[in-house]
Write a protein of this length. Structure first.
Length: 143
């Protein structure tokens, strides 16, 4: 990735968004978001999903739940729930995806990171978003 720049990163993210939109339209949600679940091809803008072994699938009126998730990528309404019996909605999928996009664009920084609050999971549970109005502000540095 010697020529990786911001436009290329955005292109990868747009490609990933397109793939996830197609999966969501087919009743499939990734559920267990993890930055290590995606492989980018340096010769194109292709993104391949790898090591994605936990999905929620809605098919034929039945839901097959995703029993696992990284707590720091999990929507507030799912925190503390028994995931193997809890249906994820598109809104909770979008929350996890937004964290993934933020972390990618902000060089690994979590949007609910320790800025005047607890760790990311506690901040998500408590609804504390350090980048909101009156929050901790945007991290310093070249972005």
């Amino acid at each position: 990735f010697q020529n990786l720049d911001r436009p290329a990163v955005v292109s990868y993210l747009l490609n990933l968004l397109g793939t996830l939109r197609e999966l969501n339209a087919a009743g499939v949600m990734l559920g267990d978001y993890n930055l290590a679940n995606f492989l980018c091809d340096p010769s194109s803008d292709a993104v391949t999903l790898i090591d994605c072994d936990s999905w929620q699938i809605n098919s034929g009126g039945k839901t097959f739940f995703c029993p696992v998730a990284a707590p720091d990528m999990l929507a507030p309404e799912l925190q503390g729930k028994e995931l193997g019996k809890t249906s994820r909605e598109l809104e909770s999928e979008a929350f996890s995806l937004a964290i993934l996009i933020f972390k990618t664009l902000m060089l690994g920084r979590h949007p609910y990171d320790v800025v005047g609050g607890d760790g990311p999971v506690e901040n998500i549970r408590n609804g504390y978003f350090p980048y909101g109005p009156g929050g901790g502000g945007i991290p310093k540095g070249p972005r």
